[in-house]
Design a binder for this molecule. Structure first.
Ligand code: MN
Length: 243
């Protein structure tokens, strides 16, 4: 089995080493990842300049760095390696739950694989995780990959780890408004600039990814590539028909 591993934190992030080494249990592993951090790039692709694909030393892994986005990396990875069977992305430094799924380069890299017809899993963990904190996650990571291989209906799976997991749960995406936080400041030259951040509003609903993480559960959320709101589509088509 050929397993392509990517991320959005860059090829030297500790999370991608952990994931790639764990993936060896399941087959041949190749890492193709951005040469610098590309977090929150979502599904951007590079179309106005060429991309470069170069080997890079990374433990004893076969690894390549790309000067592009996470989605570019998976596209080039699949181009250079015939018949990739599965793509794994992460482990991201920072949870990708709720609306963060929309911003995430880690999820987009997995989504790029799904676009190419390759089953994929995106893995994310809390931003506070240190190199010594991965050990408690590893049995769960292997379990999730085993479960995924037994469930071929799932084409794209978003997985989030709490810091100290006590179990695994299926979860839906937590969809709620967030507070957009804009912080103004000035640079050393006195020029005005801004930071944009966000915080989820209120407490999470049971059964969502945010709820699972707050209850120390590894959350598994199958994602779809079709963004159509089918209920609204049907209702709208009935109310305002177009031939
Ligand atoms: Mn990231």
């Amino acid at each position: 089995m050929r397993i392509l591993v990517s991320n959005d934190d860059g090829i030297f992030s500790p999370g991608i080493r952990v994931l790639a080494n764990a993936a060896k249990e399941f087959g041949d592993v190749r890492v193709v990842a951005p040469d610098v951090e590309q977090s929150a790039m979502s599904h951007a692709i590079t179309i106005r300049r060429p991309l470069h694909y170069h080997p890079v030393p990374l433990d004893d892994l076969e690894a390549y760095r790309v000067d592009g986005t996470p989605a570019d990396c998976v596209a080039l990875g699949a181009y250079h390696w015939d018949e990739v069977d599965m793509v794994l992305t992460g482990i991201n430094l920072g949870l990708n739950i709720g609306h963060n799924i929309w911003h995430s380069g880690t999820v987009a890299a997995a989504k790029q694989a799904a676009f190419l017809g390759i089953p994929a899993i995106a893995f994310s963990a809390p931003f506070s995780i240190g190199p010594e904190d991965y050990a408690p996650l590893m049995p769960y990571l292997s379990q999730v990959i085993r479960d995924f291989l037994k469930a071929p209906d799932i084409k794209l799976l978003n997985v989030n780890f709490p810091e100290r997991p006590r179990g695994i749960t299926w979860a839906r995406q937590s969809v709620r408004n967030y507070e957009g936080i804009v912080v103004p400041d000035t640079d050393p030259m006195g020029r005005e600039h801004f930071w944009f951040s966000e915080r989820a509003k209120g407490s999470p609903e049971e059964g969502t990814d945010r709820w699972g993480i707050e209850n120390q559960l590894v959350t598994l959320t199958p994602l779809t590539l079709d963004l159509t709101d089918r209920a609204v589509l049907e209702a709208a088509a009935e109310k305002v028909p177009h031939d």
